[in-house]
Design a protein around this ligand. Structure first.
Ligand SMILES: C[S@@+](CC[C@H](N)C(=O)[O-])C[C@H]1O[C@@H](n2cnc3c(N)ncnc32)[C@H](O)[C@@H]1O
Length: 478
């Protein structure tokens, strides 16, 4: 019974927000963590079903000694596990078994009410499922080599990705989407560092810096580097630049070291120090022209596979606002520091947060104190990306064009924010005509797309056929 009591305690701790499911289960050395994890997740997946059955059977009224979470895990195994309750006989097990017939009957009635044959049909479903994104590490392998090693079939859209197939991203170079359930742990190309697991959104900052080549690239700073996804991406995109990777947390520095090592990057210098305390006049940084800044944030954009199992209370929201305000102040300080490097021309500021306070607001507050720094043009900021910053959150709505927002789940990414900044005194004024040209070309692109759609519709009507997304004509099913 200890195992069930432990699983119930984890559920108690989860409702008191003491940690995530993984943290609570795997930090506690008790019992078999994998088995506990499975039971906790399954119980949460069917919590609504279990609660209804428990309530209708009046189990908790009749057995006062059994607490709700203990009842949930036991009833889960009684009704949904092939093995039933795996515990030796004792007073708690006997108490549940006394109500076995009633619990079973309520469970059957519930399935009939919901018109389902199996309980699996009643499980909570994750509203957001993401592909497994992998970035080909061009320091160690070519695209062709990796594709050959993976030996998967190419599909032409993200929607089509499933087991055994891959989609080559059209916006970020060398980025591949695999089926979300793919595990790469045993794949040699992953073990050898030829591919790096990295969400598409997380590849955007380095990709944007990689596109700012109007002037000569000097050295680069990654101000908040661990675990090193973006550092190693920068190293691959800028093989001739020196990359200074700052990380203040000693444990995370070790992770960063491992990642840089496995990536094979030779141009990264890891600095175990607080970036805000770095000396901007240090001759070492005299040649820094680009900075990637990806500071700690609330992580509100991160979609974990288990998040949908947990509920958010009003109290959490209040606590969140306090936390967000302190994060916002830290983020403003660190961004302001980045903008002080004497030769720096380009800075990307990014977070995996969906909150205005950590995103548009940080950028607008800092830029209001740094008049030489401006938001870049849309043309220099992945113009093909549809979701931009939110104009209403910006002091000047045009600033939103230099910002990218990734909506959790849309286009297969986590929630993310990136802003692309440049120093007008060092780069020249990119805005002026630049912005209007960029807006114009954006409008042109939209008109072109609309024209294409109209043409496609017209053709469909004419031919009585349907064209697929690649423009190929297939037989109409009607
Ligand atoms: C969001 S994570 C960075 C993720 C990383 N850019 C990547 O793509 O793998 C933020 C990191 O910044 C570090 N950090 C936070 N404040 C810092 C500071 N003042 N100086 C240096 N590192 C800092 C944190 O310890 C954490 O490892």
């Amino acid at each position: 019974m200890d195992f069930y009591i432990h699983a119930a305690t984890i559920l108690d701790d989860l409702s008191q927000k003491k940690g995530s499911i993984k943290q609570l289960v795997f930090n506690s050395k008790k019992h078999d963590p994998k088995r506990t994890y499975a039971l906790v997740c399954e119980t949460l997946k069917y919590k609504h079903v279990l609660d209804e059955v428990i309530q209708c059977s009046k189990l908790l009224d009749l057995e006062k000694k059994i607490k709700k979470n203990l009842a949930r895990v036991l009833v889960h195994d009684l009704l949904m596990s092939k093995r039933g309750i795996s515990a030796s006989t004792g007073s708690i097990k006997e108490a549940i078994l006394r109500h076995k017939t009633r619990l079973n009957a309520e469970f059957v009635k519930l399935k009939i009410r919901n018109k389902v044959k199996s309980h699996e049909e009643l499980a909570l479903k994750n509203p957001v499922t993401l592909p497994r994104w992998i970035r080909i590490n061009t320091i160690k392998a070519t695209k062709e080599e990796v594709l050959k090693q993976l030996a998967l079939t190419r599909v032409s859209s993200l929607k089509e990705v499933g087991p055994g197939t891959y989609y080559m991203d059209e916006i970020i170079d060398n980025l591949i989407a695999l089926d979300g359930e793919t595990s790469l742990v045993n794949e040699s190309c992953y073990q050898e560092g030829k591919v790096i697991i990295q969400d598409k959104a997380s590849c955007i900052p380095a990709a944007i810096l990689g596109n700012q080549r109007q002037t000569k690239v000097g050295d680069i700073i990654d101000g908040c580097a661990a675990p090193g996804n973006k550092t190693t991406h920068l190293a691959a995109l800028f093989p001739n630049a020196k990359i200074f990777a700052f990380e203040r947390n000693s444990q995370r520095v070790q992770t960063l070291q491992k990642m840089v090592e496995i990536s094979g990057a030779q141009n990264v210098e890891i600095l175990h120090q607080d970036f805000t305390q770095s000396d901007i006049m240090d001759p070492k940084f005299a040649n820094v022209t680009h900075i990637l800044l990806d500071p700690s944030c609330s992580g509100s954009g991160i979609v974990s596979r288990q998040d949908f199992l947990l509920e958010e209370s009003e109290q959490d929201l209040v606590e969140d606002v306090n936390r967000l305000e302190s994060l916002c102040s830290f983020q403003s300080t660190i961004l302001k520091h980045a903008l002080q490097f004497p030769k720096c021309q380009y800075v990307t500021y990014s977070t995996c947060s969906v909150h205005r306070l950590e995103n548009e607001q940080v950028v607008c507050d800092v830029l209001s104190q740094e008049p030489q720094w401006k938001c870049n043009t849309i043309e220099n900021t992945l113009p093909q990306w549809e979701d931009r910053g939110i104009p209403e959150y910006c002091t000047d709505p045009m600033m939103a064009k230099a910002m990218i927002r990734c909506v959790p789940g849309k286009f297969g990414t986590i929630g993310f924010f990136v802003c692309n900044l440049y120093h007008s005194g060092r780069v020249g004024n990119l805005l002026g005509n630049g912005t209007s040209n960029a807006l114009e070309s954006n409008a042109k692109r939209k008109r072109k797309n609309q024209k294409k759609k109209n043409y496609k519709k017209m053709k469909e009507r004419k031919l009585g056929t349907a064209m697929d997304s690649t423009g190929h004509i297939s037989e109409s099913k009607t």
